[in-house]
Design a protein around this ligand. Structure first.
Ligand code: NAP
Length: 296
């Protein structure tokens, strides 16, 4: 039987629906309108489209969205000054600096300048540390989306063998750290694989839940998957164009062969991608509530 598809688009829509209600409640009862400010430096087309999608999503939910689009030759000093202003602006609850930044700007310095309580991307070392010690405040958005997909697909996490392919700071390491925590949405046994892993297939074939964030098409194929496993494909790889001229996207998992073996699988597009923005919105609403001292 082919694998059941985990529909990230549908799940993200459900989450956005709930957030819309929560935002309306915050507005009516407390007069709070959650606000996200995005900062884009330069004109990288992928970054422009990500930022546009994030701002549009805020507006659709009735949130405030602010945006600063700076030239590619912006200095680190200028950007640091702007972040200082955004940190001090009460109606901005979340700040998102779109990465990558141009080479003259040290990304780490910029991310560390964001007030951790406005760090809705979850990249500030304080929030990374909180996640590590089990005191999560703002989980990074893509890993948070992955966890949500696993939970909502009905895949049990407790005691599950989870294998993560990829050890980046934005996906591989944080999702591994989240799923190993001693809490109901964790409690898994987690293995992290990377390019120095000996015999990748020996690890992936043990996985009840296989999360692939390698950044290469076909990094995982059907014969590397345990029958019945839940497979979360994080990869987004552009491989030419479709008939309508749009970029053709594939994941890191060979979907056709994986579908014949896996129990459940996320598609690309329409799996993890839509969840990332939904989680960003959720973090921003959380930031607005925390700023007012409301329970979250
Ligand atoms: P990254 O920083 O390039 O990291 C890739 C990781 O995968 C590295 O740790 C690398 O190992 C490992 N790796 C690469 N090829 C491998 C192989 N054949 N076997 C085992 N490990 C391998 O990538 P990333 O930022 O984590 O992103 C991963 C993918 O997810 C990309 O396709 C990206 O576009 C996508 N992504 C999607 C979303 C979304 O919202 N849908 C968000 C973020 C990322 P080494 O450390 O040894 O080099």
């Amino acid at each position: 039987m082919p694998a059941e598809i985990i529909d990230g688009k549908q799940i993200a829509e459900e989450i956005r629906g709930k957030l819309r209600e929560e935002i309306e409640h915050l507005r009516q009862v407390y007069g709070i309108v959650p606000g996200l400010c995005t900062v884009l430096v330069g004109d990288n087309p992928a970054s422009v489209s990500y930022v546009t999608a994030k701002n549009r999503a805020c507006q659709e939910l009735g949130m405030n969205s602010f945006h600063h689009h700076l030239p590619a030759d912006t200095s680190a000093e200028y950007l640091l000054g702007l972040i200082g202003e955004l940190n001090a602006t009460a109606e901005i609850h979340g700040i998102l600096v779109q990465l990558p930044l141009p080479p003259q700007i040290d990304e780490r310095k910029i991310l560390e300048a964001i007030n951790p309580m406005k760090d809705v991307d979850g990249f500030h070392p304080v929030n990374v540390g909180r996640l590590m010690i089990g005191e999560e405040v703002f989980p990074p958005c893509t890993p948070a989306g992955i966890r949500e997909l696993i939970l909502r697909s009905g895949t049990p996490l407790e005691g599950a063998e989870v294998v993560v392919v990829g050890r980046s700071n934005i996906v591989g390491k944080p999702i591994a750290m989240m799923l190993v925590q001693k809490r109901p949405d964790g409690n898994a046994t987690v293995t992290i694989c990377h390019t120095r892993t000996r015999d990748l297939g020996a690890h992936t074939r043990r996985a009840d839940i296989l999360i692939v964030a390698a950044g290469h098409p076909r990094a995982v194929t059907g014969e590397m998957i345990k029958p019945g496993a839940t497979v979360i494909d994080v990869g987004v790889n552009r491989v030419g164009t479709t008939e309508s001229g749009k970029a053709k996207l594939v994941g890191d998992v060979d979907f056709a062969s994986a579908c014949r073996v896996a129990g459940k699988i996320t598609p690309v597009p329409g799996g993890v991608g839509p969840m990332t923005i939904a989680m960003l919105l959720a973090n921003t609403v959380k930031a607005a509530k925390l700023a007012r001292g409301l329970p979250v």
